[in-house]
Design a protein around this ligand. Structure first.
Ligand SMILES: [Cu+2]
Length: 500
């Protein structure tokens, strides 16, 4: 998806650039009027009010998350054409978990729209003929009944048009408001529209688009297969998933946002809900500016900002030191147990004065250094007994093992088994493991402590035993052995049983 949207974005930026010259027709006075107009008067500050019919017509630059459309480089109003097609679509919610999303434009969130205060937004709203129900759109950035909900109500196989004037600048949610409204939103029908103030926003180096949402599935978090919507959980406000940009991992790992040391980053953050308020936080960063609730009020030096359901915030920060910065909902079980984790990876020069990194690490054994077992809840223990589905082939074992790895090992050994120097040894290209893969069985089932050397580096730490079924131990080790430059091979449940 990334490449295609990028190409589209680039293509459409060029389209805008190409038609920019003939758009520069606004009176010269316009700019100065805008600058001196206090924000509160912005509704009235008439920029040489042309009749709407005489405004130049432009196509909106719309982007799929996590990309944001480029800043507007017009100094006058326009009629901006926004085309939205609703599609009901089965897509990935998490590894092995699918969900039938209802989408604006084929993805969750819907595409981000960027217009300028004073623009007329011409909306063309199409509902595909393979949709099962009617849909509509309520723009929080519009003034008028339902934000356009009635005006845009569209049966499958129909297309509606309406327009609104973007009177007030700000970052606004749009969402479907067809009954049952909660269900349409819960299925992913939301996105953001930015109405730039006439003078634009202060320039930054990178801008991204992130929308949180909560999802309610018949099966529990991680339960495999196509999961239907669960109305009862939605009413009780007990989501199984809380995610950024529509799925677990959508902006983490290989999909992480990227920036460089020294750059300023802006996140357009929305919260589609339907239920939860987000305590939005970036671990290891302090927001220099927060446009509180997406409006004009700027708060400075903020750690965590609330993003209401059906609301938004703009946050700016500068990257001072390299590293991986995790985007979370600091209602923190949502991050570690429901998927609300994004990442921004920053490369560049270290600055040891701002952040030293680990200076030393010695063993501190308050519990006598005994190996501990990661505790299991009663239901988890029951599941362990009941057993996971059996893998028939090595390929199935590798696929199942990946899920086991992500749930049980990644927290310490890291994505791609890279480990953490001085604390957690790498599993990627581990000579310790490749020399005798059965050492892995022992490490998982019995735990591991004392000095070991992995790829020439010494580790003297404690790995707790991980309570897994033999099948899962076999799967995860087979996955590890066939990943990240390891030597391949297969560990079977019989191997595990035999060497415990
Ligand atoms: Cu809908």
């Amino acid at each position: 998806m990334k490449l295609r949207t990028l190409a589209l974005l680039i293509a459409s930026s060029f389209a805008i650039a190409a038609c920019a010259p003939q758009q520069q027709t606004a009176p010269k006075a316009e700019k100065s009027t805008e600058k001196s107009a206090p924000a509160a008067d912005s509704k009235k500050s008439a920029e040489a009010d042309k009749p709407a019919s005489e405004l130049p017509v432009v196509d909106a630059v719309m982007t799929h998350a996590p990309l944001a459309p480029p800043p507007i480089d017009r100094d006058h109003a326009a009629r901006v054409k926004v085309k939205i097609e609703v599609a009901e679509k089965v897509m990935r919610m998490a590894d092995g978990v699918e969900y039938k999303f209802w989408t604006f434009g084929g993805q969750v969130p819907g595409q981000m729209i960027r217009v300028r205060e004073g623009d007329i937004v011409d909306v063309e709203f199409a509902n595909r003929s393979d949709s099962t129900v009617p849909h509509n759109i309520d723009f929080h950035g519009a003034t008028g009944p339902g934000g356009g909900a009635e005006a845009s109500f569209t049966a499958p196989g129909h297309v509606s048009n309406f327009s609104f004037k973007a009177l007030q600048p700000g970052l606004y949610i749009y969402h479907c408001a067809t009954a049952p409204v909660g269900m349409h939103i819960a299925n992913g029908m939301y996105g953001l529209i930015l109405v730039e103030p006439k003078g634009g926003l202060p320039k930054v180096d990178k801008e991204f688009y992130v929308v949180q949402g909560d999802f309610y599935t018949k099966g529990k978090y991680g339960e495999q297969g196509l999961q239907p919507f669960d109305m009862e959980k939605a009413i009780k406000e007990q989501p199984d998933y809380v995610v950024f940009n529509g799925s677990v991992g959508s902006i983490a790992g290989d999909n992480a946002l990227k920036a460089k040391v020294g750059e300023t980053v802006r996140l357009f953050v929305g919260n589609g809900g339907p239920n939860l308020v987000s305590s939005f936080h970036v671990i290891g960063e302090i927001f220099d500016n927060v446009y509180v609730e997406g409006g004009d009020l700027i708060n400075k030096n903020v750690q965590t900002t609330l993003v209401p359901a059906g609301g938004a915030a703009i946050v700016d920060f500068k990257i001072d030191v390299p590293g991986t910065y995790n985007l979370v909902d600091h209602s923190i079980f949502r991050t570690f147990n429901k998927g609300a984790l994004g990442q921004l990876k920053a490369e560049g020069e270290e600055n040891k004065e701002i952040f030293s990194g680990k200076l030393s690490d010695n063993i501190y054994q308050s519990e006598g250094g005994a190996i501990q077992t990661v505790p299991l809840s009663a239901s988890e223990a029951a599941k362990v007994q009941a057993g996971a589905p059996k893998a028939g082939t090595k390929e199935e074992r590798i696929a199942a093992g990946k899920t086991v790895y992500n749930a049980n090992c990644m927290a310490c050994h890291g994505a791609e088994g890279k480990g953490v120097e001085g604390a957690f040894p790498p599993l990627a290209g581990s000579d310790y493991l490749n020399e005798d893969p059965k050492r892995g069985i022992h490490a998982i089932t019995k735990g591991l402590s004392g000095k070991i050397t992995v790829n020439g580096k010494e580790y003297n730490s404690v790995m707790p035993a991980v309570a897994l079924k033999d099948e899962d131990v076999a799967n995860v080790l087979t996955y590890v052995l066939n990943s990240w430059g390891n030597k391949g091979g297969e560990i079977t449940p019989a191997d595990v049983a035999g060497s415990k």
